[in-house]
Design a protein around this ligand. Sequence first.
Ligand code: HEC
Length: 158
Amino acid sequence: MKSIRTWVTLGVAGAVLATGAMLMGSNGATAAGADKTIAYRKMVMGATGAHIGAIASVVKGETDYAAHVGDHARALAGLARMMPDIFPEGSGEGDTRAKPEIWTDWPGFTAAAKALETAAMDLAMKADSGDMAAIGAGLGAVGKSCGGCHKPFRKPAK
Ligand code: HEC
C-alpha cells in the first residue's frame, strides 16, 4: 500500500502536469491571461534595462566590475531570444506600450530582436578581450539596437 506521502506527492505532480498541459494547449496570452503576459514581459524588459545599466556603470568608470560585462552581455543575448515569445498575438491591449505594428510587421519585429542578440554577442566577445574602448563601442551598438525596436514598435510614454 502506498503511504499518504506518496499520494500527496503524486497529487502535486499531477496538478503541475495539468497546469503545464493547459499552458501548452494555446499561446501564452490566452493561457496565462494577457495581463499576466504583459506583466511578465515588463519583468523581462526591466531585466534588460538593468543589465545595460550595469554595463554602462562599468564603461563610465563608476564601478570596477569589468569582469562582469561579458556575463551581462550574454544575459542580454538570452533576453533578446525571449523577446519574440513575450509578445503573443492578443497581448496588445491593456497596460502596455506595445504598438500594433509588432503584429502587422512581425518579421521586422523579430529582426529587431535578432539585432539586439547579435549586438549583445558581439559585446560579449569584446568584453572578454578586456579592451575598454571596444567595450564602449559595443555598448553603443547594443543601445542603438534597443532604440531600433522601441522607435517603430513601442508607444511613447503617456
Ligand atoms: C524587439 C523589440 C525590442 C528590443 C530589441 C528592446 N525592447 Fe525594450 N521594449 C519593447 C517594447 C515593445 C516595450 C513595451 C512593452 C509593453 O509596454 O508591454 C519595451 C519596454 C521596455 C522597457 C519598459 C518596461 C516596463 O516596465 O514597462 C524597458 C526598461 C526596456 N524596454 C528596455 C530595453 C533595453 C535596455 C533594450 C536594449 C538592451 C530593449 N529594451 C530592447 C521592445 C523592445
